[in-house]
Ligand binder design. Structure first.
Ligand code: ATP
Ligand code: MG
Length: 247
């Protein structure tokens, strides 16, 4: 199954991506995680040091030039079949691909970098058969820009704030308009009795992540979000999300 996680900035996308990957790998699944954000945070969230995180594909000028070319004559269908294995970093049995954001593909070789990222993302989503979780950049803009809406399911996450929920709603509508109908909503750090305003259309809420003091304390010394004392509760959240997406 191929999934993408979207939402406003700072609402817990990367944390949930890391938790889902960690849960699935312990179920003996083959798991690929894609960091499609500029912040390069998924690797550290999984426990990698900054030195261990591979350079984002979007910054790999040599490879982009080799496969896509530069200037006017760029190859929009570059060969990418060998790249997942070549570029992936092994983390706790999972494979991490650090792509960087398509929007942030940069000046100068922007078109070539975009072509490269799109081709690899399309390959990963459409042609490979393992579990794939894409941690998207914050906001909605990237959804309109490519293959991401070919995933099997979209997890929209928000905190209990109007801006977060409105962004979630916008993401959901845009994704649905682009054909991505299988969507679930996860609330993060909302109290149990929180009910979103009725006039904000959202995908069905399938899980609520409580505020975790242990995570806040952990983040003061480490970016890793795994191996928390609440792992069983976190696994339950992952199960709820994945079960809802299977329906
Ligand atoms: N339920 C929670 N309890 C405590 N801390 C949390 C919780 N969820 C997320 N956090 C913390 O909030 C911060 C933001 O989370 P995260 O990086 O996952 O958000 P994001 O949506 O990926 O952000 P960005 O838009 O910058 O990529 C992190 O430090 C994370 O550990
Ligand atoms: Mg993030």
């Amino acid at each position: 199954m191929k999934l993408a996680i979207a939402g406003k900035g700072g609402v817990g996308k990367t944390t949930l991506a890391a938790w889902l990957g960690d849960y699935l790998i312990r179920q003996n699944k083959e798991v690929w995680l894609i960091d499609a954000d500029t912040a390069i945070s998924l690797g550290p969230a999984l426990g990698l040091s900054l030195e261990e995180v591979p350079i984002p594909l979007v910054n790999n000028k040599k490879l982009i030039q080799e496969r896509v070319g530069t200037g006017v004559y760029i190859n929009l269908n570059p060969e990418v079949d060998d790249l997942p294995q070549k570029l992936a970093k092994d983390v706790r049995g999972m494979k991490l691909l650090v792509m960087g954001t398509i929007a942030g593909a940069g000046s100068g070789c922007g078109c070539a970098a975009n072509a490269m990222l799109k081709a690899l993302l399309a390959y990963m989503i459409l042609r490979s058969s393992q579990w794939l979780i894409v941690d998207l950049e914050a906001g909605v803009e990237h959804l309109g820009r490519g293959t991401i809406t070919s995933v099997d399911g979209l997890i929209v996450i928000s905190e209990p704030s109007i801006r977060g929920l409105q962004t979630a709603s916008n993401i959901s509508r845009l994704a649905r308009d682009l054909g991505l109908k299988k969507q679930v909503m996860v609330l993060n750090r909302a109290s149990e009795d929180f009910v979103p305003p009725k006039d904000i259309a959202l995908p069905p809420i399938v899980a609520n992540i409580p505020y975790l003091k242990s995570l806040e304390q952990r983040q003061q010394t480490s970016p890793c979000v795994l191996d928390l004392p609440e792992r069983e509760d976190i696994d339950e959240i992952c199960i709820k999300v994945l079960d809802a997406l299977k329906k």
